[in-house]
Ligand binder design. Sequence first.
Ligand code: TMP
Length: 208
Amino acid sequence: MAGTGLFVSLEGIDGSGKSTQGRRLAAALEAEGHAVTLTREPGGAPGAEAIRRLLVEGDPDRWSPETEILLFTAARRDHLEKVIRPALSEGRVVVTDRFADSTRIYQGATRGDLRGLVDDIHDRVIGIDPDLTLILDMDPQVSLNRGLARGSGEDRYEEFGLDFQARLRDGFRALAREFPDRCVLIDAEKPEADVAESILAAVRPRLR
Ligand code: TMP
């Protein structure tokens, strides 16, 4: 935990509804009088968004997993310095669509067996994890269809295919078991409003 605010991340496979749920969570908390910063990774600050474009566009094999770890971490460091730490020190609730767990699972456990490297770099240059991580759990076939349907030109990760998404799902479920105090697994196949309610129920007891 950093500062006095509350740091919340949303995680899950591609197309699991994190962005929609992030917007709903931010709106619900604001309606209850909380100051909220809604942000995302990779990105969330101008420099980090420039790095995002290098990561999400182009050939699936454009970068090795090791290079990706460095690029995602560079973007995260910028996001942390420019947006997350200042907001937390003002006592705001920070809701981020992805954070370091995405690197642990995509680069550390799924694209390669690089979790040790991910953890070393995280400890040295990032050094914090969210107070609460909501893992949106969903069948990869459903999420893959939704992800490709977006047609945003950012489909590099979705293009690794269904097996990749299935391994990601297993990775995120294992992460929830590894960090039971911080992570809450949310059934994201339920209707959107029910998912939003489960998320609020997990966040409320942690609000200050
Ligand atoms: P997004 O679609 O959730 O905005 O994320 C873009 C892609 O980047 C998504 O497929 C997940 C991937 N990603 C990683 O591989 N490692 C990371 O550390 C992060 C933050 C995202």
